[in-house]
Ligand binder design. Sequence first.
Ligand code: HAM
Length: 416
Amino acid sequence: MIQRIRGTNDVLGDDAQAFAMLEATAKRIVERAGYSRIETPAFEATELFARGVGASTDIVQKEMYTIPEDGITLRPEGTAPVCRAYLEHGMHKLPQPVKLWYLSSFFRRERPQKGRYRQFWQIGAEVIGPPSAGSESPLRDAEVIEMLATLLNELGIEGWKLEINSVGSAGDRARYVAALREALAPVKHQMCEDNQRRAETNPLRVLDSKDPNDQEIINNLPKIADFLDAESTENFRQVLAALDACGVPYTVNPRLVRGLDYYTRTTFEFTHGGLGAQNALLGGGRYDGLSEALGGPKTPGIGFAMGEDRLILTLEAETAKQASLADAYVAPMGEGLNAPALELARELRRSGLRVELGDGSFRLKKSFEMGHKLARKIVLLGEDEQQSGILTVKDFASGEQVKVPRAELASRLKSI
Ligand code: HAM
């Protein structure tokens, strides 16, 4: 019987429903930020990716599905095609910057594993325009990143992490790459075969390497932050300040250079621990020189693409986590309340609820931490609650805190 090709997926059943939910939520959020839909062809001239993504990147060197005699390639990513469409259709005549989003499948001949496929889906968006339209402003970077944080939160994905870095201007990069080459020259022979090749052809790509044996060497390589000029440093400071101002948490990761050569200045990734080795939910960054690399005028841009397949895996991991949680965590507020708390836990368990019991010796903060790990809600039992018979219940997901009479507690815990 013929089966599907390894690294490809049929989208059906629960996954199809999850795809539909993701797509509807993403559409609502990007359209509300002013993006319009674009779809580009599934294949393009091979040269578009060689010039856009970079001839010495892993994607172009090893991962493209190409028909050499026709000079065409199945698209491995969406940014170079969208930039090509911007130039080809004279979109500079539209109000600027132009904001476009896409939802398409892409093709990379990678080694298949959980979260890494040969055909995969991305929801992506790009903001492109001339410098006169403010397309270079650090505010654009923060606006895109804030929208993504909102999207992940609205999808109910908890525990994402934002990593961010600046890879500097083309000039900063050239000086950094020269320093990397120099630092790699005496040690590269100790590295894996791929990294030996990258050290020659494209030293930045060594920083992306996950090879466990090479990590020590990589950690000791020079850091890009030391090669940024005053303008790039100030630009990055402003991006981070804008994120601080809108309360988006991040970690600066000096090794985050990303696997595509078009990036300049801000690069970022949102990761999730539930994904295992392929932990990037989405990635993006600024590409101020891409248009020129494709033969167009200076037209800076910034964008992102999120892996839909990986979002689905994360939602499944979240659902599994939710399913493993107890309905309530009963927290006695003091050792004198241990016995009444046990009594309350017994009462709730008898009504069919799954209940975890804390200990009166825990401080309030520790009770909340333990409760959050073990249950969906926490029930506080202090002296006041014990005397009044009115208990305090907090729902960890919504953050909502309510007072509930003891007689109604079991039914409320089932329904809230
Ligand atoms: P990328 O980091 O290559 O960036 O891919 C973005 C996201 O697509 C990844 O974080 C991941 O979730 C998903 N993805 C990539 N490869 C695979 C795969 N083999 N299987 C499953 N999911 C995958 C780009 O593609 C850039 N065009 C993003 C961008 C837009 N930068 C600026 N604008």
